[in-house]
Write a protein that binds this ligand. Sequence first.
Ligand SMILES: Cc1ncc(C[n+]2csc(CCOP(=O)(O)OP(=O)(O)O)c2C)c(N)n1
Ligand SMILES: [Mg+2]
Length: 595
Amino acid sequence: MSDQKTFDPNAMNVGKYLAQRLSQLGVNHLFSVPGDYTSDLLEIIDTYEDAENKPFIYRIGNCNELNAGYAADGYARAKGLGAVAVTTGVGSFSLLNAIGGSFVENIPVVAIIGTLSNSKLQDEINAGELYHHNVSTEDTNRTVYSPVTVAFERISNPLTAPAQIDTAIIACISKSKPVAIEIMEDCYYMPCAEPQGMLSPIPNYESLPVLQGMADQTPSNKYAAQIVKAIEDAANAVYAKIANGKPILWIGKEISTKRLQGKFAALQQAIGAPYVTSFLGKAVVSEDNPWFLGMYDSVFTTDHTNSYLNQSTAIIGLGVWNTDLNTFASKSHETGNISPVFASRDMVKDGENLYVQVSLEQLIDAVMALIQSKGCTSNWTQPSPPSPPALPSPSTTITYDNFFAVLDQHVNQDHLIVADIGLSSFGGSSSLKINRQDGFLAQNLWASIGWSVPAGLGASFRDDLRTFVIVGDGAFKLTCQAVSTMVQEGRNAVVFVLNNKVYGVEQMLLDAGPYKAGSTEPFEAANVLQEWDYVSLMKGFSNNAPSAKSAVVNTVGDLQNILLMIESDPSSTYMVSINLKERDYPSAWSLFVNR
Ligand SMILES: Cc1ncc(C[n+]2csc(CCOP(=O)(O)OP(=O)(O)O)c2C)c(N)n1
Ligand SMILES: [Mg+2]
């Protein structure tokens, strides 16, 4: 309890200011774990209501800080911006993995860390007193969080709090990366200025017309002129590869994070070229498009996709990050540079030529301008889709391939898929046809197993969609308590646990021997999991709440039945164990297993 509450309860204060700023940007939920250094803030959040007596922000309690962080990350991926509040030290250190993932994958999350009051810090510094959860008198959270945030603000003074909060949030939405706001506990109830206007992102680069103007003025700005030239040269290089022949566009996550879906669609139509995605770029635009050919990723590329890639005269990477995942299965130590043309991370690589300070948007605009002035005729005819695999009879044992074939026929534009990393990623969840833009969320580069369950909790606040989480049993064990939070918050999410009783992908990468046909080679002991009873687990997590449902799937028919039940029950949380044979794997791994 803070004596600061004696201030006028109707006046603006630091906690309310933060709540208003987040709420203005569409953050209606704050994921948190209480701690005495944040309790006053959470109390403000819980009691602060708008003119219609609705809370500005609903606080969502989580079982631990890692889950809260992943939930904020999933919320940000699904809704645009997320926020999490934890206590210092024991909370902020547990949260760090989640914020690391948000940083690496360009997800805008505001991490709020409640810390010692000004007077307690002075006690520590001057009188050697020690306070719980506190590492030292050093600026520890700043040291720990600086590498994984684009702004760190420590608020010790209510007078500067509004400017500091605004600075951090503007950095977050401008750079699409996490920020941390550490607030000393005596500040939350302190009066401060009212928020002025709305916060909006600052562009990361000048537009081409502005640069052009700077280059053309007398005397010319030589740096602007060089950037204009880099943009033009990069666009000419790309145009030369697409204007004739059979180019294929290979799209990546920046199409989504930089909101370039519309510009990409116009470019694709103007060229008349098919497109494929990288693993990180899955479903950045809807896959319900006849020109979409599937994922391009080393040995996981399907025969159908390869039949087109083999005919292509150029593969143009647009917004694809050059990561080892693009050639994951090759087990190479190199990154996955499988196309000579890459436009991402504000540069364009064309073979040996590198054009820097060229954003993806500027490149697409400049290539479109060339197409409009010079024309473009691709030699492609619209691809015909492969026929979907025939579904096996209901009595057939469930396998990875059957699971994804049945699910693929079931999911539609009303679903949001949140997929974890594991054997099920490649040729499994990556093979699902996603019929809506951004209808598939995965943390594939940071690749922290267990992300999907709490991220699915966060994503499930997209009330217009039903969230389906696909997670391996090993990954599930890290963060499974988030299912309990789903029940508590009345989320109608569905968690499919791919229960193969092993860390399958770890075994695959270590030694694929146990997966070879007819093999009796044992799994490496470190990769064998204790089996769980998922039905009992769901009962335990929810104390038998009627809205907490569970099922076990052993056959194709079991899966079809449970999917029907789930559709007819839009207000329950489901946990479904898919009972797989230990040596089963998605057939997309066959080339890997048999090489
Ligand atoms: C936090 C974290 N710890 C460890 C790993 C290493 N790792 C990657 S995949 C994996 C196993 C996943 O097993 P499971 O979820 O059962 O999926 P399966 O491969 O069996 O489909 C592990 C341990 C990781 N990526 N993240
Ligand atoms: Mg497993």
